[in-house]
Design a protein around this ligand. Structure first.
Ligand SMILES: Cc1cc2nc3c(=O)[nH]c(=O)nc-3n(C[C@H](O)[C@H](O)[C@H](O)COP(=O)(O)O)c2cc1C
Length: 217
């Protein structure tokens, strides 16, 4: 069972869903962009402004790193991993043959979007709505994930490829220090992007009928 064939009232809906289908994970990226830095900035700004958050708490914080600044982020990860190797926590061979080439491939891309959550800003609302107190942190992460997905889609729509990484807490200190970020910004994810050198890998889909139901159609 594939998705149902439909003519939408607004062609923009079809276009949106085409982008949703086209978005994939691209690891093999080069340090070029099909769009201007202003256009990249606009995509990220619109995600920060317009992606919803629970009770409109606006907990997402985002940093856009381009070119040399982007490379710094992955040098921080390489250095942090080297520290783990030196301390005997990561086998040197694994780092040299696997981890370092992977981190260098991220470094070879054009930019990285760092997604943070400011959990500390939730203090007052947790007190005000004590009954929901334990829900606000996961809601904040969900809102961050929505921002990540929106930026990923917009980059895809503009001909860029991206992959989503999670190097926190390894890189947290280096990142906060390098860009002098507020201590309350907790790093969640890193979206690496650039011009794809090659296509995405194979992707399989579990049957839709096992994952979706409709009633009352
Ligand atoms: C919440 C989430 C976390 C992910 N974390 C990572 C990650 O840490 N490293 C990575 O290489 N890919 C990560 N991915 C990418 C997934 O592996 C990928 O989206 C999935 O295999 C489907 O492939 P596609 O993106 O090409 O559709 C993550 C994706 C999601 C949605």
């Amino acid at each position: 069972m594939g998705s149902v064939a439909v003519d939408f009232k607004n062609p923009a809906t079809s276009s949106l869903l085409e982008v949703v289908k086209a978005r994939r994970t691209y690891y093999d990226l080069k340090g070029e962009s099909s769009i201007s830095d202003d256009a990249l900035e606009r995509i990220v700004q619109d995600a920060v402004l317009h992606v919803p958050s629970s009770f409109n708490t606006q907990t997402s914080r985002v940093v856009l790193l381009l070119k040399e600044e982007h490379k710094k982020a992955w040098d921080i990860a390489i250095k942090a991993m080297e520290g783990l190797v030196a301390a005997g926590h990561v086998p040197k061979e694994m780092f040299e043959n696997h981890t370092k080439p992977k981190l260098n491939s991220f470094k070879a891309a054009y930019g990285t979007v760092l997604f943070f959550v400011d959990y500390e800003s939730l203090g007052p609302i947790k007190e005000k709505f004590a009954i929901y107190a334990d829900k606000f942190d996961p809601f904040a992460m969900e809102s961050s994930a929505m921002s990540q997905y929106l930026v990923w889609l917009a980059l895809e729509s503009e001909g860029l490829g991206a992959n989503l990484q999670h190097y926190s807490p390894l890189v947290d200190e280096g990142i906060a220090k390098t860009w002098n970020l507020p201590a309350s910004w907790k790093l969640d994810a890193q979206l690496v992007f650039g011009t794809p050198n090659s296509g995405p890998g194979e992707k399989t889909f579990a049957p839709l009928e096992d994952r979706f139901k409709v009633f009352g159609k």
